[in-house]
Structures are given as structure tokens and as C-alpha cells.
Design a binder for this molecule. Structure first.
Ligand code: RIB
Length: 308
């Protein structure tokens, strides 16, 4: 099937989200203030966000033939995601994530176990060749093996798609991967891991972005939470401010929302800076609801925010 706006290589997991005032210390039990289980995983969150925002979107992944795998299939069907490159693996469980959400700030801490998707291989990418033909934007992350991410980026390049690497969670990597990236989109923590530059200020982000471009990325786009996102590369250096948010409920998945919005806007032919603003709008809306995939906004909500 040709002509996808956004093709995502990444994982699905069931998110088990606990709200509490703080994390327990080792050996301690504390009472929570809320629990929810729902669809998650960075790749799946991104493909759902892109589809809900109006894009034709597909995911390349593996899930188990279990109850969590069923949650994945229902979530993708609800938003019209193309699942023709989803492999059902009877020998491995679908993954899960433990998510702590602070009731004070809405910020999160996560442990993710990729499950069946940890077996995603370059051969799985090759088997999804039908998705790359005509794809406008390809995006992947680091929740499946890096060699598989590289195979996806290389395949997308060969087919002329714009390539986006969201290097999350943070891992030190060889520079060869950056040469396959039109955009690399770390947050502050991930940028620090990739470059060795602590990213606390916009100036730190600019230095980290310069380093990522020097190492081969065509552009670096560093997300900075409520400060917005810094784009550096072939379009110069620009800070795009975040949209003001009156009440942050849950920041989990905000990076996925941003990446999905950015990718979809590029696929629609918007200039890079407009695409960053679109990504900021999707992220700003997502933090106002609990959860990850369930918090992704509709196109009408995004357009309303962008129209001011
Ligand atoms: O980016 C948020 C996601 O990271 C969560 O949905 C969790 O599953 C982890 O993969």
C-alpha cells in the first residue's frame, strides 16, 4: 500500500500508570492515588497520534498473541492505523511499562520492557518494504534494537522518505546512525547522553544540537519541555516556544505527541519551523489529559490551538 504520510518503526507495550506524590525508596511501600492501564510504547503512541491528527499512518512492530496484544490491535483499529506490518509472535509476550506519574507536577519516570518487540529485526523491516514505497516520513526510536532502527532509517532513505530518529530512551550510539537522519529529535536528557553536554539551558541545547549535526545528522531538533523546541541545521537555529498550558496533568507521551505532530506536518509539506510549531501544539494538548495514546488530540483540537 503506497502513500503513507508517516511510517513508524517502534514498539507497543501496555502502560501501567500509577499516580503518587513520590516514588517509594527501596524496601518501602506507599499508597497510590490512582491507577490506569492503557495502550503505550513510544512507536505505538506516535503512530496513534499521527493517525488521530488526520494522517495515513502505519506501524512496523511485533506483539505477542496475548491480552496486551489485543489491547494494541483495538487501539490501532480505533484510530485507523495500518497494521499490515505487525507481526504476531506466539513465542514472546507483549511488553509492559511501569509508569510513575507525580501527583504534584504531572512529570513521570518509566521502566519499559519491550517484550516481543525486542525481537524486531532488520529482516522484519525488509518484510515491510510495501510501506516504504511512497512513504513521506519515517520515524523510529530506540525501544527496539538499534540495528533494526538503522535498517529502517536506511530503507526509508532508499525510498526517498524524510527520516526522523527520536533517540528515546537515551543510549550512547555510533555516529553512523546520524548520517541516516534528516532530523534527530532528543529531549534534554537524551541529548546529554548522546553528546556528553548537560542540557539545562537553551544555549546548552544549541551546543548539543551543533554537535549532533557535526556528527552527521542533517538537523537536530531538541525538545525542551515548557521552553519549546530548538531546531538547528539546514534552516539555521531557531527556538520555537511551547504553547502555554494552564494545568499539566501528565507529561507521559508528550515527546511522542511532539514527534508525531512534527512528522505529520512535514508529510503534509509544511516548512520545518511550521512543523515544529505543529508538534508543539500536539504535545501541549497531550499533557492536559492523563495517559499516553489516550491523551493524543484530534485534528480539530490541534487546528483550534494553532488558530489561536
Ligand atoms: O513515551 C512514553 C512511553 O514510553 C510510554 O507509553 C511507555 O510505554 C514508554 O515506552
Amino acid at each position: 500500500m503506497a502513500g503513507h504520510d508517516v511510517v513508524v518503526l517502534g514498539i507497543f507495550v501496555a502502560d501501567l500508570a500509577f499516580r503518587a506524590p513520590r516514588l517509594p525508596v527501596m524496601g518501602e511501600t506507599i499508597l497510590g492515588q490512582g491507577f490506569a492501564m492503557g495502550p503505550g510504547g513510544k512507536g505505538s503512541n506516535q503512530v496513534i497520534a499521527a493517525a488521530r491528527a488526520g494522517g495515513k499512518a502505519a506501524i512496523i512492530t511485533r506483539v505477542g498473541t496475548d491480552a496486551f496484544g489485543e489491547i494494541a490491535r483495538k487501539a490501532w483499529a480505533t484510530d485507523g492505523v495500518d497494521t499490515s506490518a505487525v507481526i504476531a509472535d506466539p513465542d514472546a509476550p507483549t511488553g509492559a511499562a511501569f509508569i510513575f506519574v507525580s501527583t504534584e507536577t504531572g512529570n513521570n519516570a518509566i521502566i519499559v520492557e519491550s517484550g516481543a518487540a525486542a525481537k524486531l529485526s532488520p529482516a522484519d523491516v525488509n518484510a515491510a518494504d510495501h510501506l516504504f514505497a511512497g512513504a513521506r516520513v519515517f520515524v523510529t526510536q530506540f525501544e527496539q534494537p538499534i540495528e533494526t532502527a538503522m535498517a529502517g532509517l536506511a530503507a526509508a532513505r532508499r525510498h526517498g522518505a524524510i527520516t526522523v530518529l527520536n533517540p528515546a530512551p537515551a543510549l550512547p550510539v555510533e555516529d553512523a546512525i546520524f548520517a541516516l537522519c534528516d532530523y534527530v529529535t532528543p529531549n534534554e536528557t537524551e541529548a546529554a547522553t548522546l553528546t556528553g553536554i548537560a542540557v539545562d539551558t537553551v544555549e546548552d541545547a544549541r551546543r548539543a544540537a551543533v554537535d549532533l549535526v557535526r556528527r552527521g545528522a542533517r538537523n537536530a531538533l531538541i525538545t525542551l519541555g515548557d521552553k519549546g523546541a530548538l531546531l538547528h541545521g539546514e534552516h539555521g537555529t531557531h527556538l520555537v516556544p511551547a504553547f502555554p498550558v494552564s494545568k499539566v496533568v501528565d507529561t507521559t507521551g508528550a515527546g511522542d505527541a511532539f514527534n508525531a505532530g512534527f512528522c505529520l506536518a512535514l508529510a503534509e509539506g509544511r516548512p520545518a519551523l511550521d512543523a515544529v510549531r505543529f508538534g508543539c501544539a500536539v504535545a501541549g494538548l497531550s499533557v492536559q489529559k492523563p495517559g499516553t495514546a489516550p491523551a493524543m488530540p484530534t485534528r480539530a483540537e490541534i487546528d483550534r490551538l494553532l488558530a489561536g
